[in-house]
Design a protein around this ligand. Structure first.
Ligand code: IPE
Ligand code: IPE
Ligand code: MG
Ligand code: MG
Ligand code: MG
Length: 323
Protein backbone atom coordinates (compact mmCIF):
# COMPACT_ATOMS: atom_id res chain seq x y z
CA UNK A 1 0.00 0.00 0.00
CA UNK A 2 2.74 2.36 -1.10
CA UNK A 3 0.37 5.22 -1.91
CA UNK A 4 -0.91 5.33 1.68
CA UNK A 5 2.57 6.07 3.00
CA UNK A 6 2.35 9.78 2.18
CA UNK A 7 -0.92 10.09 4.13
CA UNK A 8 0.59 8.20 7.02
CA UNK A 9 3.60 10.52 7.16
CA UNK A 10 1.30 13.57 7.25
CA UNK A 11 -0.96 12.09 9.91
CA UNK A 12 1.95 10.93 12.10
CA UNK A 13 3.46 14.41 11.91
CA UNK A 14 0.11 15.92 12.94
CA UNK A 15 -0.06 13.52 15.89
CA UNK A 16 3.46 14.44 16.91
CA UNK A 17 2.66 18.15 16.76
CA UNK A 18 -0.42 17.54 18.89
CA UNK A 19 0.98 15.43 21.75
CA UNK A 20 -1.23 15.34 24.82
CA UNK A 21 1.32 16.58 27.31
CA UNK A 22 -1.17 18.19 29.67
CA UNK A 23 -1.89 17.85 33.38
CA UNK A 24 -3.00 15.87 35.23
CA UNK A 25 -0.64 13.28 33.78
CA UNK A 26 -2.81 10.38 34.93
CA UNK A 27 -5.55 11.63 32.63
CA UNK A 28 -3.51 12.43 29.51
CA UNK A 29 -0.59 10.01 29.58
CA UNK A 30 -2.76 6.97 28.73
CA UNK A 31 -3.83 8.82 25.57
CA UNK A 32 -0.24 9.16 24.40
CA UNK A 33 0.30 5.54 25.44
CA UNK A 34 -2.55 4.10 23.37
CA UNK A 35 -1.80 6.32 20.37
CA UNK A 36 1.91 5.48 20.53
CA UNK A 37 1.07 1.78 20.15
CA UNK A 38 0.09 2.63 16.59
CA UNK A 39 -2.54 0.45 15.08
CA UNK A 40 -3.25 0.60 11.40
CA UNK A 41 -4.72 4.12 11.46
CA UNK A 42 -7.15 3.07 8.77
CA UNK A 43 -9.78 5.66 9.63
CA UNK A 44 -7.58 8.78 9.43
CA UNK A 45 -5.85 7.39 6.34
CA UNK A 46 -9.19 6.75 4.68
CA UNK A 47 -10.37 10.24 5.55
CA UNK A 48 -7.21 11.86 4.17
CA UNK A 49 -7.27 9.65 1.08
CA UNK A 50 -10.90 10.54 0.37
CA UNK A 51 -10.31 14.26 0.87
CA UNK A 52 -7.26 14.04 -1.40
CA UNK A 53 -8.76 11.95 -4.19
CA UNK A 54 -12.11 13.72 -4.25
CA UNK A 55 -10.94 17.30 -3.89
CA UNK A 56 -7.20 17.55 -3.26
CA UNK A 57 -7.74 18.72 0.32
CA UNK A 58 -5.39 16.80 2.61
CA UNK A 59 -4.44 19.69 4.86
CA UNK A 60 -8.00 20.82 5.44
CA UNK A 61 -8.89 17.24 6.43
CA UNK A 62 -6.20 16.71 9.10
CA UNK A 63 -8.24 17.84 12.17
CA UNK A 64 -11.16 15.60 11.14
CA UNK A 65 -8.71 12.71 10.60
CA UNK A 66 -7.50 13.30 14.15
CA UNK A 67 -11.12 13.39 15.36
CA UNK A 68 -11.94 9.95 13.91
CA UNK A 69 -8.75 8.36 15.26
CA UNK A 70 -9.35 9.83 18.73
CA UNK A 71 -12.96 8.66 18.64
CA UNK A 72 -11.85 5.18 17.56
CA UNK A 73 -9.27 4.97 20.35
CA UNK A 74 -11.82 6.19 22.90
CA UNK A 75 -14.06 3.27 21.89
CA UNK A 76 -11.13 0.87 22.26
CA UNK A 77 -10.37 1.99 25.85
CA UNK A 78 -13.97 1.37 26.88
CA UNK A 79 -14.36 -1.74 24.69
CA UNK A 80 -11.37 -3.40 26.35
CA UNK A 81 -12.92 -2.86 29.78
CA UNK A 82 -16.25 -4.22 28.55
CA UNK A 83 -14.63 -7.22 26.82
CA UNK A 84 -12.21 -7.84 29.70
CA UNK A 85 -9.38 -7.72 27.15
CA UNK A 86 -5.85 -7.72 28.57
CA UNK A 87 -4.03 -6.98 25.31
CA UNK A 88 -4.30 -4.24 22.70
CA UNK A 89 -1.86 -3.78 19.83
CA UNK A 90 0.44 -6.35 21.38
CA UNK A 91 0.73 -4.48 24.70
CA UNK A 92 -1.29 -4.18 27.90
CA UNK A 93 -4.66 -2.56 27.38
CA UNK A 94 -5.09 0.75 29.21
CA UNK A 95 -7.18 -0.64 32.08
CA UNK A 96 -4.55 -3.35 32.62
CA UNK A 97 -1.57 -1.01 32.52
CA UNK A 98 -3.22 1.70 34.61
CA UNK A 99 -6.65 0.81 36.04
CA UNK A 100 -10.31 0.72 35.05
CA UNK A 101 -11.09 4.22 36.35
CA UNK A 102 -8.21 5.64 34.32
CA UNK A 103 -9.41 3.89 31.16
CA UNK A 104 -12.93 5.26 31.70
CA UNK A 105 -11.89 8.87 32.22
CA UNK A 106 -9.06 8.97 29.65
CA UNK A 107 -11.56 7.47 27.21
CA UNK A 108 -14.11 10.16 28.09
CA UNK A 109 -11.62 12.96 27.53
CA UNK A 110 -10.58 11.44 24.19
CA UNK A 111 -14.20 11.61 23.08
CA UNK A 112 -14.31 15.28 24.02
CA UNK A 113 -10.98 15.92 22.31
CA UNK A 114 -12.33 14.31 19.17
CA UNK A 115 -15.11 16.94 19.09
CA UNK A 116 -12.58 19.69 19.68
CA UNK A 117 -10.59 18.56 16.66
CA UNK A 118 -13.72 18.23 14.57
CA UNK A 119 -14.58 21.84 15.42
CA UNK A 120 -11.24 22.98 13.97
CA UNK A 121 -12.29 21.89 10.49
CA UNK A 122 -12.30 24.91 8.27
CA UNK A 123 -15.51 24.53 6.27
CA UNK A 124 -18.46 26.82 5.67
CA UNK A 125 -21.07 24.77 7.51
CA UNK A 126 -19.58 22.79 10.37
CA UNK A 127 -23.03 21.74 11.54
CA UNK A 128 -23.18 19.17 8.70
CA UNK A 129 -20.09 17.43 10.09
CA UNK A 130 -21.49 17.52 13.63
CA UNK A 131 -24.76 15.98 12.47
CA UNK A 132 -22.94 13.11 10.75
CA UNK A 133 -20.53 12.60 13.63
CA UNK A 134 -23.25 12.66 16.31
CA UNK A 135 -25.41 10.17 14.44
CA UNK A 136 -22.41 7.87 14.00
CA UNK A 137 -21.33 8.20 17.67
CA UNK A 138 -24.78 7.23 18.96
CA UNK A 139 -24.97 4.31 16.56
CA UNK A 140 -21.58 2.99 17.69
CA UNK A 141 -22.88 2.98 21.28
CA UNK A 142 -26.07 1.23 20.13
CA UNK A 143 -24.04 -1.46 18.33
CA UNK A 144 -21.77 -1.87 21.31
CA UNK A 145 -24.80 -2.35 23.59
CA UNK A 146 -26.21 -4.98 21.22
CA UNK A 147 -22.82 -6.77 21.26
CA UNK A 148 -22.96 -6.87 25.07
CA UNK A 149 -26.63 -7.93 25.16
CA UNK A 150 -25.89 -10.77 22.71
CA UNK A 151 -23.33 -12.30 25.12
CA UNK A 152 -26.28 -13.43 27.23
CA UNK A 153 -28.69 -14.31 24.44
CA UNK A 154 -29.01 -17.69 22.73
CA UNK A 155 -31.39 -16.78 19.93
CA UNK A 156 -29.34 -14.17 18.03
CA UNK A 157 -29.95 -14.35 14.28
CA UNK A 158 -27.36 -13.71 11.58
CA UNK A 159 -29.37 -10.65 10.50
CA UNK A 160 -29.14 -9.26 14.04
CA UNK A 161 -25.40 -9.94 14.10
CA UNK A 162 -24.92 -8.05 10.82
CA UNK A 163 -26.93 -5.10 12.15
CA UNK A 164 -24.86 -5.13 15.36
CA UNK A 165 -21.52 -5.00 13.51
CA UNK A 166 -22.87 -2.42 11.07
CA UNK A 167 -23.53 -0.19 14.05
CA UNK A 168 -20.51 -0.89 16.25
CA UNK A 169 -17.91 -0.83 13.48
CA UNK A 170 -18.97 0.10 10.00
CA UNK A 171 -20.90 3.35 10.51
CA UNK A 172 -17.63 4.91 11.71
CA UNK A 173 -15.85 3.77 8.56
CA UNK A 174 -18.73 5.00 6.38
CA UNK A 175 -18.87 8.35 8.17
CA UNK A 176 -15.10 8.72 7.87
CA UNK A 177 -15.32 8.49 4.09
CA UNK A 178 -18.39 10.72 3.96
CA UNK A 179 -16.66 13.40 6.05
CA UNK A 180 -13.60 13.27 3.80
CA UNK A 181 -15.90 13.84 0.82
CA UNK A 182 -17.84 16.65 2.52
CA UNK A 183 -14.62 18.45 3.50
CA UNK A 184 -13.61 18.27 -0.17
CA UNK A 185 -16.99 19.65 -1.21
CA UNK A 186 -17.95 16.58 -3.19
CA UNK A 187 -21.45 16.17 -4.67
CA UNK A 188 -23.92 14.75 -2.19
CA UNK A 189 -24.39 11.77 -4.49
CA UNK A 190 -20.67 10.95 -4.30
CA UNK A 191 -20.45 11.40 -0.53
CA UNK A 192 -23.51 9.16 -0.02
CA UNK A 193 -22.02 6.39 -2.16
CA UNK A 194 -18.69 6.67 -0.38
CA UNK A 195 -20.60 6.23 2.88
CA UNK A 196 -22.19 3.13 1.34
CA UNK A 197 -18.79 1.82 0.33
CA UNK A 198 -17.46 2.33 3.87
CA UNK A 199 -20.55 0.86 5.48
CA UNK A 200 -20.29 -2.38 3.51
CA UNK A 201 -16.51 -2.68 3.58
CA UNK A 202 -16.78 -2.05 7.35
CA UNK A 203 -19.06 -5.08 7.74
CA UNK A 204 -16.50 -7.21 5.89
CA UNK A 205 -13.77 -5.62 8.04
CA UNK A 206 -15.52 -6.69 11.26
CA UNK A 207 -16.02 -10.23 9.90
CA UNK A 208 -12.26 -10.26 9.26
CA UNK A 209 -11.73 -8.99 12.83
CA UNK A 210 -13.81 -11.91 14.12
CA UNK A 211 -11.81 -14.33 11.94
CA UNK A 212 -8.50 -12.96 13.24
CA UNK A 213 -9.71 -13.17 16.84
CA UNK A 214 -10.27 -16.91 16.42
CA UNK A 215 -7.77 -17.99 13.76
CA UNK A 216 -5.17 -15.18 13.69
CA UNK A 217 -1.47 -15.22 14.52
CA UNK A 218 0.22 -13.28 17.37
CA UNK A 219 0.45 -10.38 14.87
CA UNK A 220 -3.16 -9.57 15.83
CA UNK A 221 -1.91 -8.23 19.16
CA UNK A 222 -5.05 -9.22 21.10
CA UNK A 223 -5.86 -12.11 23.39
CA UNK A 224 -6.32 -15.19 21.21
CA UNK A 225 -9.93 -16.44 21.10
CA UNK A 226 -11.19 -13.61 23.30
CA UNK A 227 -14.53 -13.81 21.46
CA UNK A 228 -14.97 -17.47 22.46
CA UNK A 229 -13.95 -16.72 26.05
CA UNK A 230 -16.50 -13.86 26.21
CA UNK A 231 -19.35 -15.80 24.54
CA UNK A 232 -19.49 -13.32 21.64
CA UNK A 233 -22.14 -14.13 19.09
CA UNK A 234 -19.95 -13.82 16.02
CA UNK A 235 -20.81 -15.04 12.54
CA UNK A 236 -18.48 -18.00 13.16
CA UNK A 237 -20.53 -19.05 16.18
CA UNK A 238 -23.93 -18.42 14.59
CA UNK A 239 -23.06 -20.23 11.36
CA UNK A 240 -21.59 -23.14 13.33
CA UNK A 241 -24.86 -23.41 15.27
CA UNK A 242 -26.68 -23.56 11.91
CA UNK A 243 -24.47 -26.28 10.47
CA UNK A 244 -23.55 -28.37 13.51
CA UNK A 245 -24.92 -31.81 14.36
CA UNK A 246 -27.43 -31.99 17.21
CA UNK A 247 -24.73 -32.97 19.70
CA UNK A 248 -22.34 -30.28 18.56
CA UNK A 249 -25.12 -27.72 18.72
CA UNK A 250 -25.93 -28.64 22.31
CA UNK A 251 -22.24 -28.48 23.19
CA UNK A 252 -21.91 -25.01 21.64
CA UNK A 253 -25.01 -23.73 23.44
CA UNK A 254 -23.77 -25.11 26.74
CA UNK A 255 -20.22 -23.81 26.38
CA UNK A 256 -21.42 -20.35 25.37
CA UNK A 257 -23.24 -19.97 28.67
CA UNK A 258 -20.11 -20.66 30.71
CA UNK A 259 -17.09 -18.64 31.77
CA UNK A 260 -14.56 -21.15 33.08
CA UNK A 261 -11.53 -19.83 34.91
CA UNK A 262 -9.30 -21.84 32.61
CA UNK A 263 -10.87 -21.58 29.13
CA UNK A 264 -8.42 -23.96 27.39
CA UNK A 265 -10.82 -26.85 27.03
CA UNK A 266 -13.75 -24.64 26.05
CA UNK A 267 -11.67 -23.05 23.31
CA UNK A 268 -10.42 -26.38 22.00
CA UNK A 269 -13.90 -27.88 21.83
CA UNK A 270 -15.35 -24.82 20.09
CA UNK A 271 -12.47 -24.71 17.60
CA UNK A 272 -13.09 -28.36 16.74
CA UNK A 273 -16.73 -27.61 16.00
CA UNK A 274 -15.74 -24.56 13.93
CA UNK A 275 -13.41 -26.85 11.99
CA UNK A 276 -15.92 -29.63 11.41
CA UNK A 277 -18.52 -27.13 10.16
CA UNK A 278 -15.97 -25.19 8.03
CA UNK A 279 -17.35 -21.87 9.25
CA UNK A 280 -14.09 -20.19 8.35
CA UNK A 281 -14.82 -20.81 4.67
CA UNK A 282 -18.36 -19.42 5.04
CA UNK A 283 -17.05 -16.30 6.76
CA UNK A 284 -14.52 -15.75 3.96
CA UNK A 285 -17.39 -15.98 1.46
CA UNK A 286 -19.54 -13.53 3.42
CA UNK A 287 -16.68 -11.03 3.42
CA UNK A 288 -16.68 -11.16 -0.37
CA UNK A 289 -20.44 -10.60 -0.52
CA UNK A 290 -20.02 -7.36 1.45
CA UNK A 291 -16.97 -6.35 -0.56
CA UNK A 292 -19.06 -6.68 -3.74
CA UNK A 293 -21.80 -4.57 -2.20
CA UNK A 294 -19.19 -2.01 -1.20
CA UNK A 295 -17.78 -1.91 -4.71
CA UNK A 296 -21.23 -1.47 -6.24
CA UNK A 297 -21.35 1.86 -4.38
CA UNK A 298 -17.97 2.79 -5.85
CA UNK A 299 -19.31 2.03 -9.32
CA UNK A 300 -22.46 4.08 -8.65
CA UNK A 301 -20.32 7.00 -7.50
CA UNK A 302 -18.89 7.22 -11.06
CA UNK A 303 -15.36 7.93 -9.92
CA UNK A 304 -12.39 8.17 -12.24
CA UNK A 305 -10.76 4.78 -12.85
CA UNK A 306 -7.66 5.54 -10.83
CA UNK A 307 -9.73 6.80 -7.88
CA UNK A 308 -11.94 3.71 -8.05
CA UNK A 309 -8.82 1.55 -8.01
CA UNK A 310 -7.41 3.28 -4.92
CA UNK A 311 -10.61 2.65 -2.94
CA UNK A 312 -10.89 -0.87 -4.28
CA UNK A 313 -7.34 -1.73 -3.25
CA UNK A 314 -7.89 -0.17 0.20
CA UNK A 315 -10.82 -2.57 0.51
CA UNK A 316 -8.61 -5.50 -0.51
CA UNK A 317 -6.02 -4.47 2.05
CA UNK A 318 -8.62 -4.28 4.84
CA UNK A 319 -9.93 -7.74 4.11
CA UNK A 320 -6.57 -9.46 3.70
CA UNK A 321 -5.04 -7.87 6.78
CA UNK A 322 -3.30 -10.03 9.36
CA UNK A 323 -3.39 -7.52 12.23
C1 IPE B 1 -10.32 -2.59 16.03
O1 IPE B 1 -10.09 -1.71 14.99
C2 IPE B 1 -11.74 -2.50 16.44
C3 IPE B 1 -12.68 -2.87 15.38
C4 IPE B 1 -13.59 -2.08 14.97
C5 IPE B 1 -12.63 -4.19 14.77
P1 IPE B 1 -8.75 -1.71 14.16
O2 IPE B 1 -8.47 -3.10 13.64
O3 IPE B 1 -8.81 -0.64 13.13
O4 IPE B 1 -7.66 -1.37 15.26
P2 IPE B 1 -6.27 -0.58 15.16
O5 IPE B 1 -6.58 0.87 15.33
O6 IPE B 1 -5.63 -0.90 13.85
O7 IPE B 1 -5.48 -1.11 16.33
C1 IPE C 1 -15.07 -3.49 18.05
O1 IPE C 1 -15.47 -4.73 18.41
C2 IPE C 1 -16.12 -2.44 18.20
C3 IPE C 1 -15.72 -1.23 18.95
C4 IPE C 1 -14.56 -1.02 19.49
C5 IPE C 1 -16.73 -0.22 19.10
P1 IPE C 1 -14.45 -5.75 19.03
O2 IPE C 1 -14.66 -5.88 20.49
O3 IPE C 1 -14.48 -7.00 18.21
O4 IPE C 1 -13.03 -5.04 18.77
P2 IPE C 1 -11.64 -5.63 19.22
O5 IPE C 1 -11.53 -7.02 18.62
O6 IPE C 1 -11.63 -5.67 20.71
O7 IPE C 1 -10.63 -4.70 18.62
MG1 MG D 1 -13.13 -5.99 22.02
MG1 MG E 1 -16.20 -5.52 21.83
MG1 MG F 1 -12.77 -8.28 17.80
Amino acid sequence: MQYLESYKIKFDQFLKDNAFSFDPKNLYEPIDYILSLGGKRIRPLLLLMTADLVGNQIKKALPAAMAVELFHNFTLLHDDIMDDAPLRRGKSSVHEKYDVNTAILSGDVMLILSYQYLSKTNIRDLSILYRKFNKMAREVCEGQQMDMDFENRHDVSIAEYIEMIRLKTSVLIGTTLEMGAIISEADERVSKHLYGFGENIGIAFQIQDDLLDTFGTPLVGKQKCGDIIQNKKTYLYLKALDLASKDEKNTLLRLFSTAPEDPTEKIETVLNIYKSTNVKGYAEELKLVYQDLANSHLTAACLENSVFENFNSFGNYLLARKS
